[in-house]
Design a protein. Sequence first.
Length: 617
Amino acid sequence: MIHGLGTVLAAASLAAPLAIASPAHAASRPVRIRDVQGAAHVSPLNGAKVSQVPGVVTAVTVNGFWMQDPYPDKSAATSEGVFVYTGSRPGAAAGDAVRVNGKVGEFRPGGRSSAGLTRTEIDATGVSVTAHGRPLPPPVVLGGRHGRRAPTSVIDRAHGNVERGGTFDPRRDGIDFYEALEGMRIRIDDAVAVGPSRYGELPVLPANGAGAGARTRRGGILLRDLDPNPERIVLDDALAPLPGMNVGDRLPGANHGVLDYSYGAYKLLLTATPKRAAGTLAREATRPQRPGEMAVATAALDGLSPDAPAARFTALADDIVRGLRSPDLIAVTGVGDNSGPDDDGTVATDQTVAQLVIAISAAGGPAYDWRSVDPRDNADGGKDGTNERAGFLFRTDRGLAFVDRPAPGEPVPDEPPDRPDPAGTPVRAVRRGGTAGLTLSPGRIAPGAAAWAGTHKPLAGELTWKGRRLIVIANRWYPRTGQDQPLFGRHQPPARPTEWRRDAQARAMAGFVNSVRKVDADAGVIVAGELNTGGTSVPVQTLTATAWLTDLPASLPPADRYTAVTSGNSEDLDHILLSRSLGKRKHEIDIVHRNAEFADRAGERDPTVVRIDMSGK
């Protein structure tokens, strides 16, 4: 359905006490909102003309209004509310009793190709305001002792397109629960934030989270296999501003809105700005590494470039110095080039890194050095022009040293001396000094392989800790994108094609790690960074099972095992994995919660650090 009616309502007609319906509308049978909505995701009257549909206006926006029947039936499967599309600012106001003529339609945000659901609405051709100042229909209360409770683990039990039929069960399926409330007034009491405010949205749980699924240690809600937490409700600022919120902050008392659907999620549009009660969430800091311990961390910089505000460099430096306690080595991802988003052919990133290193020193941290390989222009994914890449920040005052290979001035292996191409030359494992080393350090793993097309190329580096040789690999696997279908979409279960990309990358990474193991089965290998998938996923399980690596976050208690918060779901998307020889050493993993739960943050992800006892043989 395309928004853009042949008949556009004029303000005068909206304010008139009576609108005259066309003969076609006059011939249409009178219906109520529940008939328009039906007990399904698509209206049984889709495409039909309707006339004199009664309701009370509950909320108004720039191109229409929501109305609700003040005389509901006893069915919990059919909504009593609906959006009326007028094409311009309507003359009706909240509290007006109206009768609507128009055509029932299904509007799909994102267009026909979107995997999201449609919103049932009436495309109005006439609106009659019959009375003013009517009381708004009572809202449906979500959660709590006396409210309706959404299913807590199941979005939909069936398989297929929910818009094409099948069982409609609001009691057991989350997607049907919210569809049965689409367009209606909703009240939530004492909501608690399970994600930070982001892009005008805020995920919450009603009733302080009573009856919700497994919570994190810090107040979020954990995404688990087969449990996407449909009890979450996303608040949206389309009708009223929302305060900035962190995980654990509360909205005390009752808040009202209308339930809408857009871009893959049901959203509660509050009709008044709520009051915020701040929680006690504080940014974490890990302990310092002890003598003999080597600390290796992850940090996602999300396209950092010299164009970023100075405050962001300061915040990132604070994460490294105070949060991570200045680890020996940081596998960094998302470092942008010197010209930032300008698509001007620049690929060098020395200015970006220099600003970060200066900020680290200003924060009281040690001197850090940097190694990476500049990508080919616009070949590593992300926004064109930014040229994000992986790299290594490292300090050398505690026993760590980076092995540069080839040394400055030496030719690049397998390339003519006059045309070296580090970006396109794959690194290989070779025997050096009785153990495994690299032909290039730093060097990119299989940069020409299809698995890495259009995304970060993993970067391998050869290092030594007090003479002991190590191989560390910085990763940013293919991210989730709009290719993936939404949790609350028409296709159930939703397809995740980007997970197939990551599975291919896991197999490619496992192949490289196994090539190192063939040189030396006891080689020290660390795989770290944004794998962009959970520890129980097929890609991570492929990597651990076929490359003899241990995923360290998996050893943490579930309530602490998350590095990202996605629409209120806390999940483990960043990992550090150790080879067998390093895994046997005493080690300690820590996810340092400093970013993902906060509205004001330096990056999207929480960093992770492992401290490995390297003393002894």
